[in-house]
Design a protein around this ligand. Structure first.
Ligand code: GCO
Ligand code: MG
Length: 418
């Protein structure tokens, strides 16, 4: 069996640019699909696939997945960056897809079979003020979800001052305790996505107090700091949130702040999740080996695909760290399915992040996993189990604009990690 072509496919069915890799072989009708989605730099990943991996891999045997993964990683000499890792992931997942198709087994079976029927998921509830967040939490709870991430104004709390809007704030909810004047750029300030870190930090513990006061402690609640706070402010929030029993608190610090993770661990019992930003094993090794985190959140394509994720899951298992793979809107259904196969086959699964899969996604990606009663369900098709309708995919071309939300700035104009 030989690889005859490796190609990238860019498509945005739900308005978010997804990057898919198709590996074609000399066997009639046999091909594999993988996710390579780095939605902030999609065309760079596509070029890495088409201009470098395609000529490198044509003519090679697709069954040697591990060897090809190492060869792709080392072939550029400099390695472990998000663009090349995503390109490699697209091929790696496609090779696992081919292996499952040849074995006529779903990937989870190839990886040792199921540890659970389906993967428990969490959804994103948000709102401009606590009452609105609560309403969205209750909506998910009524749909059968057992875990909900709550934010108030996205990441860093881009909350409008409810006194300044026509929204009639509810009497029982704590009012947003800060004016958002900081959202207005200072005269001399730089253009950007402003947020008030201190106001955000002060708004979250009262939010959890309010929500827990209304719904109790049965629903698993999560929160994503998204590296938006100075380290000690993140530690303070982790401590302030202890009474509200979070399932986990995500991205409290930037990936390079390992020393601060050590201090955070000494000071708080709030479970910690980290990893969606990781691209290099050096980033996760201390966090896992020193048990500084409870959940690993890698974005599978950013670390290079299924091959490294399998090793990472096994490494985490030995230290009691569970998986919570990154599952946002900027992961393709192929990537979500790859997450799910690992969720089913790895014993140390924690929870799976998912978003709403719009109808266009199901049309472009037949076999997209099914969301039902708070769980994600895999089909039993061989391989990853998701296909792509390339004609339909072409109807949703990439429409790239400079990314604005990552130009996050503090009130004084200082650029802060997004
Ligand atoms: C999450 C993540 C995402 C990222 C996004 C970046 O927890 O799902 O924080 O929302 O911000 O994937 O492109
Ligand atoms: Mg996150």
């Amino acid at each position: 069996m030989k690889i005859t072509r490796v190609k990238s496919i860019l498509t945005a069915p739900d308005g978010i640019t997804l990057v898919v890799v198709k590996v074609e072989t000399d066997q009639p009708g046999l091909y594999g699909l993988g996710c390579a989605t780095f939605t902030q730099r999609p065309s760079l990943v596509a070029r890495a696939v088409d201009e470098y991996l395609n000529p490198l891999l044509r003519g090679r045997d697709p069954t040697n997945v591990t060897d090809l993964w190492h060869m792709m990683m080392n072939n550029s000499y400099w390695r472990n960056g998000p663009v090349l890792n995503n390109a490699i992931s697209g091929v790696d997942m496609a090779l696992w897809d081919i292996k499952g198709k040849v074995a006529n087994m779903p990937l989870y079976d190839l990886l040792g079979g199921k540890c659970r029927e389906a993967a428990m998921v969490y959804r994103h509830a948000d709102g401009r003020e606590p009452q609105e967040v609560l309403e969205n939490v209750i909506k998910y709870q009524e749909e059968g979800y057992r875990a909900v991430r709550i934010q108030m104004g996205g990441y860093g709390g881009r909350v409008k001052d409810i006194r300044g809007t026509n929204a009639t704030p509810s009497k029982s909810a704590p009012q947003a305790t800060h004016r958002m004047s900081a959202m207005d750029r200072l005269d001399s300030a730089f253009p950007g996505a402003y947020y008030d870190a201190d106001a955000y930090a002060r708004s979250i513990p009262p939010l959890f107090d309010f929500v827990r006061g209304k719904i109790g402690f049965e629903l698993l609640l999560l929160h994503d700091i998204h590296e938006r706070l100075a380290p000690m402010d993140a530690i303070r929030m982790a401590k302030e949130l202890e009474p509200y029993r979070l399932f986990f608190l995500e991205d409290p610090l930037a990936p390079d702040q390992i020393e601060w993770f050590r201090r955070l661990r000494q000071q708080s019992s709030t479970p910690i999740a980290m990893g969606e930003l990781h691209v290099n094993a050096a980033e996760w090794k201390p966090l896992v080996a020193e048990q500084l985190i409870d959940f690993i959140r890698a974005h599978l394509s950013a670390i290079g695909g299924i091959t490294p994720a399998l090793r990472l899951a096994a490494f985490c298992a030995t230290f009691g760290v569970r998986t919570a793979w990154h599952g946002p809107g900027d992961v393709s259904p192929i990537g979500h399915a790859a997450n799910l196969h690992l969720d089913l086959a790895c014993h140390n699964f924690g929870v799976q992040e998912v978003i709403h899969f719009g109808e266009p996604l199901y049309q472009v990606f037949p076999g997209t996993p099914e969301l039902r009663n708070g769980f994600l369900w895999a089909n039993s098709k061989p391989g990853i189990g998701v296909d792509i309708d390339e004609k339909r995919a072409a109807r949703y071309p990439m429409n790239f604009k400079a990314v604005e939300w990552t130009q996050s700035r503090l009130p004084d104009g200082t650029l802060w990690t997004p």
